[in-house]
Write a protein that binds this ligand. Structure first.
Ligand code: GPQ
Length: 832
């Protein structure tokens, strides 16, 4: 088709209230197909989203066209997870038309809050890793960086969590049930992805040995694009998610009945690739389908990246100066072998040249040191599913080990650590080593984590390549996590220091001097109180529990994991409960313990701890002897939307992981930015948060990573002795183990007691208990002094500017990707 038109021939949508209102009515009638009398809230959400999307599309095309015309270097963020959440407020806010939209809806007699609440929460991720990817998309677009996200369009996102009798029950989350107004299906952007088959060797035209992957099963990857609106609406980037489609072989052909049914079955099976997100967070389950998902989206993304590159280039020499590919953990690490295959087998490059280009293009981010989370796929499985890739991996390994042999000088232990193949037991491919070897930069996500990477998992590779490992401390986007989630505080901030902080969070440091201003403190408290009221209403709706708005809101929200030590928090809760009952005449600081977070469906210990918290809540919340001074709530179905309500209302932020185990944490940053004081260990980014907010404005407790390491190296410690010597701890554990909170099943919590005693207390809950209680007491005492508490809360907000994901992304852009901002031209030039 040779359509001749200029983009200025199209009337661009205006951003004023009248135009929005007109669009709403048009979309409702002509697209949703309803009149205003019949329209449901959901219809109005779709109407509103489609009208907002109209205001994004032309700028989106301008952005894409500018990148194309300038042949700009792009960065491709490959991630198995994007934890986006809702997009309506985000798009409106970044376009700067929230008020206009509210008024337009108002004129139609509609409440914006109701419309916003009708949007499903897009949960294509588990936790921190997926949310970080979403924050990075916002930061790249907001700074005009040519950044693309590539991932999977899961039909089912992270499960919905409900409680039955206090137990977690998983339900399917059907975010696409009523359609997704933000995405554009691209049925013509379709790539074949192959599996199984075998490898044939042959001689190429110049007589060199070459390989062909044949007799494969094919699945098609179809693109769905979602515009990513940058702050100010100037740059609109693209998130491209792949959906699996059966090849047409399944749809046509002449079948007898049996073959026909089988063909349809096959179609369903191949489309299972993009059916569901694996609900494991920082633990590997080693399922074949998971490995196929990883290859599926990585292969499609690389094919798309090379196609885009080849629009402007005839050789691959400039690939690294036009494309940077960031691997979000090892999930897309098979991409190293895939790019080699595409370059060598499809495009006829020599091995050494292809390897040089691959290394220069890829970079890899590591997000955990937990051994159970380091991906290692059985060689036999890789061989069967991706036989050509297995050959390539062997080849990479052989060349590398050969090179290292000279240096290792017969040190076979060292060589076995460097190898891509773990030879212990069934042979496995170490995906971390593959990602390391195939990348020019490898980064950790906090200063401590990066140092530990060098000392532990990657010690030997680091010695070989001392310049490769670098640190990029995580960050969070201030647009979603302060401006949108906390309008009360952000309006207060903007009236005092202007709006510059929204795109340059360092400017928030101007609030420091306001910490001593009694009027500002009063206003800061008022904003916090408003958020606490909002949360109290949410708690009442979700759990039926009434909580005191003026109590200390002590918040631990994150995935359920033993290393994150929700158990330590419950034990303190029980100890506090006992103290309150023992001393009824003391005037206690009222405390509301707020928990939220999902457990992986197969993680029994984590699910048992959820049940324990719910059991403790049932007893404590109904015991008149504590006079409502203590409440415990577990909010169901924690997700981005819930986080946006909970985080702005927190007084105290629980970041209490066993030191050395939390790579960074990002919830810690969101809470501190919203004026919560942190109680935490010196783990992950807590270390840097302390440096920024000041040691006086944070409650640090517990063993350091080094002390944890020493303790474990010296044969551990004796938890029974620790328990015996701490009466409060002993009493709490005795109550739990004798059924004080589970009269219906007195043995219910034996596995927990077991883990803390005979099990050796791997996460050092008992070891850190006493110091944790000391820090908790300090927090409660401080809370009695609202002026001093508020002063420190303000200093937290004011000192968190460095933790903007804009800063993080800028560091990646300059130190790893070498990409630069590109200003889109909105001049209405012709486009085709
Ligand atoms: N993280 Cl490996 C996840 O959320 N999922 C994962 O599979 C892995 C790591 C987290 C990590 O636990 C946090 O400490 C980080 O802050 C976060 O990634 C982002 O880097």
């Amino acid at each position: 088709m040779d359509a001749r038109y200029k983009s200025r021939d199209i009337e661009r949508r205006s951003l004023d209230v009248d135009s929005l209102k007109r669009s709403f009515l048009e979309w409702l009638v002509y697209s949703v197909g309803k009149d205003a009398r019949a329209a449901t809230r959901r219809d109005w959400f779709h109407t509103c989203a489609l009208a907002v999307r109209d205001r994004v599309v032309d700028r989106w095309m301008d952005t894409t066209r500018t990148y194309y015309h300038e042949d700009a270097k792009r960065v491709y963020y490959l991630s198995l997870e994007f934890l986006i959440g809702r997009l309506l407020t985000n798009s409106l806010s970044n376009l700067g038309i929230i008020d206009e939209c509210r008024q337009a809806l108002d004129r139609l007699g509609l409440s914006m809050d109701d419309v916003v609440d009708s949007e499903p929460d897009a949960a294509l991720g588990n936790g921190g890793l997926g949310r970080l990817a979403a924050c990075f998309l916002d930061s790249m677009a907001s700074q005009g960086l040519p950044g693309y996200g590539y991932g999977i369009r899961y039909e089912f996102g992270l499960f919905e969590q409900r409680f039955e009798n206090g137990w977690q029950i998983e339900h399917p989350e059907q975010w696409l049930q009523f359609g997704n107004p933000w995405e554009f299906a691209r049925p013509e952007v379709l790539y074949p992805v192959q599996f199984y088959g075998r490898v044939e060797e042959f001689r190429d035209s110049v007589g060199e040995r070459a390989y062909r992957w044949v007799d494969t099963e094919r699945v098609l990857a179809m693109a769905y694009d979602t515009p990513v609106v940058g702050y100010g609406g100037d740059t609109i980037n693209t998130l491209r998610l792949w959906s699996a489609r059966a090849t047409s072989d399944f749809n046509f052909g002449h079948f007898n009945e049996g073959a026909y049914m089988k063909a349809v079955e096959q179609k369903i099976l191949s489309e299972n690739l993009s059916r569901v997100l694996y609900p494991n967070d920082a633990t590997e389950i080693g399922k074949e389908l998971r490995f196929k998902q990883e290859y599926f989206f990585t292969s499609a993304s690389l094919q798309d990246i090379l196609r885009r590159y080849l629009q402007h280039h005839t050789t691959f020499d400039n690939l690294p100066s036009k494309a940077a590919i960031q691997l979000n953990d090892t999930h897309p690490a098979i991409g190293i072998a895939e790019l080699m295959r595409l370059l060598v087998d499809h495009h006829g490059l020599r091995w050494d040249k292809a390897w040089e280009l691959t290394q220069a293009t890829f970079a890899y981010t590591n997000h955990t040191l937990l051994p159970e989370a380091l991906e290692a796929w059985p060689v036999r499985m890789v061989e069967r599913i991706l036989p050509r890739h297995m050959q390539i991996i062997y080849e990479i390994n052989a060349k590398f080990l050969n090179r290292s042999k000279a240096r290792a000088a017969g040190d076979n232990t060292r060589l076995s650590h460097l190898s891509l193949i773990d030879e212990r037991g069934d042979r496995r491919v170490r995906m971390g080593n593959l990602a390391f070897l195939g990348s020019h930069k490898i980064n950790g996500v906090s200063a401590l984590h990066t140092e530990l990477m060098k000392e532990t998992v990657f010690a030997d590779l680091h010695a070989e390549f001392p310049d490769r490992i670098n640190n990029k401390t995580n960050g969070i986007t201030p647009r979603r996590w302060l401006k949108q989630a906390n309008p009360a505080l952000s309006e207060l901030i903007s009236t005092r220091i202007g709006e510059g902080w929204i795109s340059d969070l360092q400017q928030i440091s101007a609030l420091k001097e306001k910490a001593d201003d009694v009027v500002f403190r009063e206003e800061f408290r008022r904003a916090k109180r408003k958020n606490k009221k909002r949360l109290a209403a949410y708690i009442a709706r979700q759990t039926g529990e009434e909580v005191q708005v003026d109590s200390l809101f002590d918040v631990q929200v994150k995935r359920m994991h033993e290393y994150k030590r929700q158990l330590l928090n419950v034990l303190h809760t029980v100890a506090l409960y006992n103290e309150m009952r023992d001393n009824p005449t003391v005037s206690w600081v009222p405390v509301t313990k707020i928990f939220a977070g999902k457990a992986a469906p197969s993680y029994h210990m984590a699910k048992l701890i959820i049940k324990l918290i719910n059991d403790v809540a049932k007893v404590v919340n109904h015991d008149p002897s504590v006079h409502d001074n203590l409440k415990v709530v577990y909010l169901p179905n924690y997700n981005v939307t819930a986080a946006e309500i909970i985080i702005p209302a927190a007084d105290l932020s629980e970041q209490i992981s066993t030191a050395g185990m939390e790579a960074s944490g990002t919830g810690n940053m969101k809470l501190a930015l919203n004026g919560a004081l942190t109680i935490g260990t010196l783990d992950g980014a807590n270390v840097e948060i302390r440096e920024h907010v000041g040691a006086d404005n944070i409650f640090i407790f517990g063993l350091t990573a080094e002390e944890v390491n020493d303790l474990r190296a010296n044969g551990g410690f004796n938890p029974r002795e620790v328990i015996a010597s701490n009466p409060a701890l002993k009493r709490a554990l005795d109550m739990i183990s004798t059924g004080a909170f589970s009269p219906d099943d007195r043995n219910r919590y034996h596995p927990i007691l077991q883990a803390l005693t005979d099990g050796g207390d791997h996460f050092l809950v008992t070891a850190d208990f006493a110091d944790y209680c000391r820090a908790q007491d300090a927090a409660m005492q401080l809370y009695r002094d609202p002026e001093e508490w508020t002063r420190r809360a303000i200093l937290n907000t004011a000192n968190m500017g460095w933790f903007s994901s804009d800063r993080t992304v800028n560091e990646y852009a300059t130190e790893i990707w070498d990409v630069h901002p590109v200003k889109p031209t909105h001049d209405g030039e012709g486009f085709r």
